[in-house]
Design a protein around this ligand. Structure first.
Ligand SMILES: Nc1ncnc2c1ncn2[C@@H]1O[C@H](COP(=O)(O)OP(=O)(O)OP(=O)(O)O)[C@@H](O)[C@H]1O
Ligand SMILES: [Mg+2]
Length: 366
């Protein structure tokens, strides 16, 4: 399975520059998720790779082939669209077969591939039905099957699950992941759903405003967000972000919140030592807060502050606390949250090893 690379890609629509000098490359067998808010250029980038749209400048490689100016059909890829785009008058079998119509395969080989895809996606009992007689998830499976029968080296998906309900989405997510593990094609998958990105990707490219904000494994972008955009985009509830002034107190580097509390930064792996008085934004993940009795030597922040709201979701609870002139989201066990009332004082601590720190001016990780 081939690698894919975008080299200095520029895409303009008239005066509007949608992608500006974008560089990105993935290895063969990678599952790349393009993740970002609406309008950031995800579909544009995918369509450039598919050949449905032309680059303004730059080069696209699939393996060792320069495909920049090739016809879509000569690029060796298959695409699954958000809208499924099934033929309403054809049966499931007919739709799968249609995926092969351009390839002029011998009938026997075509039948074999259709049977293989139907088996893989459990479409067997549905083969003679028309799309109108299928559920949303079944239609999506047919759309994926139609791409699979092509035996393409590179599979492209544009928000394939956004029309499905939550339960089906979870199921299809697992199926697509399983498919990738079994067949190991190179995948480029567009979504604005961070759960899809985190669960399926081997690599995530987080995009905003036509630029790649960070490229890395799901763990890397979650644990070490490169800037404030990524920090606030990945994670639910979102990372807590507070302004602090950096200084030295009793020989220890600390961040001082606007309301005077301090957080210990002495264990923070600064790339460069910060200037005293530097303005920073400290990022604290809701799930890394712990009860004070679980405290160990690595506590950076220990506070006791009033709770404002308690949201219990069943498996866990989100406490919103009043802190440092703002709101602090803390994930807690449901039994701890049970019976908690607004105004009640809640003690929590945060470990040194889980601190994120960003330059307040540039937004870059410090
Ligand atoms: N044919 C076009 N002409 C002019 N501008 C366009 C065209 N197609 C897309 N754009 C603009 O390019 C930008 C990126 O669009 P794109 O469809 O790639 O976004 P996206 O990240 O896929 O968003 P979404 O999540 O909403 O699908 C948007 O600002 C959009 O308005
Ligand atoms: Mg799109």
């Amino acid at each position: 399975m081939p690698s894919v690379s975008f080299d200095h890609i520029v895409k303009k629509y008239g005066e509007l520059t949608v992608l500006d000098d974008l560089n990105l490359s993935i290895e063969d067998g990678d599952f790349l998720v393009l993740l970002g808010p609406s309008g950031c250029g995800k579909t544009t980038l995918l369509n450039l790779l598919a050949g449905l749209n032309d680059v303004s400048s730059g080069q696209i490689m699939i393996g060792s082939r320069d495909v920049t100016d090739l016809d879509p059909k000569d690029r060796g890829l298959a695409m699954v669209f958000q809208s499924y785009a099934l033929y309403p008058t054809k049966t499931v079998r007919g739709n799968l077969k249609f995926g092969l119509s351009a390839s002029r395969l011998p009938k026997e080989e075509a039948e074999k591939r259709i049977a293989w895809a139907a088996d893989m996606l459990q479409l067997g009992p549905l083969m003679e039905r028309k799309p109108a007689q299928l559920s949303g998830g079944q239609r999506q499976r047919v759309a994926i099957g139609r791409a699979l029968v092509k035996h393409a080296d590179v599979l492209l998906f544009d928000e394939p699950l956004s029309n499905l309900d939550a339960k089906l989405r979870t199921e299809m997510r697992m199926e697509i992941k399983k498919l990738h593990e079994t067949l190991n094609p190179t995948v480029v998958y567009v979504t604005h759903d961070q759960i899809e990105a985190m669960t399926m990707a081997t690599k995530i490219a987080i995009m905003n405003g036509g630029e790649i904000q960070q490229f890395g494994s799901p763990d890397e972008v979650y644990e070490n967000p490169a800037n404030l955009f990524v920090a606030s985009f990945i994670g639910s509830p979102a990372m807590n972000l507070f302004n602090v002034d950096i200084g030295v107190v009793n020989g220890e580097v600390v961040g001082t919140f606007s309301t005077g509390e301090t957080i210990v930064l002495s264990a923070y792996p600064f790339e460069r030592p910060p200037q005293a008085g530097a303005k920073a934004v400290v990022g604290l993940r809701p799930e890394h807060f712990a009860r004070p009795e679980e405290a160990s030597g690595d506590t950076a922040l220990a506070i006791e502050v009033p709770v404002r709201t308690v949201e219990r979701t069943g498996s866990d609870a989100i406490l919103t606390l009043n802190f440092a002139g703002g709101l602090l989201a803390v994930r807690a066990e449901p039994d701890r949250a049970a019976g908690m009332k607004a105004g009640q004082m809640v003690p929590v601590r945060y470990p040194k090893s889980k601190i994120n720190l960003f330059d307040a001016q540039s937004g870059q990780r410090m």
